[in-house]
Design a protein around this ligand. Sequence first.
Ligand SMILES: Cc1cc2nc3c(=O)[nH]c(=O)nc-3n(C[C@H](O)[C@H](O)[C@H](O)COP(=O)(O)O)c2cc1C
Length: 203
Amino acid sequence: MSEKKVLILFAHPAFQKSRANRHLVDAVQNLDGVTFRDLYELYPDFNIQVAKEQQLLLDHDVIVFQHPFYWYSSPALLKEWQDLVLEHGFAYGKDGTALKDKWLLTMITTGGGEEAYRHEGYNHFTIPELLQPFEQTAWLCKMLYLPPFVVHGVNNLSDDEMGQCAKEYQNVITGLRDGQLTSEQWQGKGYINDIVAGGGSHA
Ligand SMILES: Cc1cc2nc3c(=O)[nH]c(=O)nc-3n(C[C@H](O)[C@H](O)[C@H](O)COP(=O)(O)O)c2cc1C
């Protein structure tokens, strides 16, 4: 029986051309206890139904933002979703406690390789640094911010490697859903991948 309900908010403006997110979506969208929402499919004109989105947030415990990394952030529709749905008095402010103690996980795919996201690398900043607006948003909304799940250098990954990443993503989602992944485990981790992959760790 699932302990936590997971809401995946997926934002990809060209999903029909996607390879990486296609693998990742296929691995999680039909899992028990998981509600998957393709925001660009639902809101091609950016007419987000705020009350509906807020009710979905209320009905779930773990909120996942899944998207390709675009200009060091999310595609525009997920930003619009934040601007409209995370209202004062709902998500933040004195009486804005609707999201209190819910968990926020970001799941991104990047064109850049892992080595590019180092201080001495091409992109100068680490992924946790670049995701700080999401971390602070979670904090303001009294949510618990998890280390991100990141798939780097997607254009250089084989289908087998992408499949392995998708399996790890699935393990993260089911682990969070079933209470097998705990804050003690992810404390101090750069990426939540490190818990399920058993490989090297990220800063
Ligand atoms: C508009 C745009 C902006 C992008 N910005 C970044 C970026 O800031 N950093 C990065 O590593 N990759 C960037 N990329 C590459 C995408 O992250 C990459 O193509 C995507 O993760 C691949 O996933 P998909 O196969 O599901 O489309 C960008 C791509 C586009 C089209």
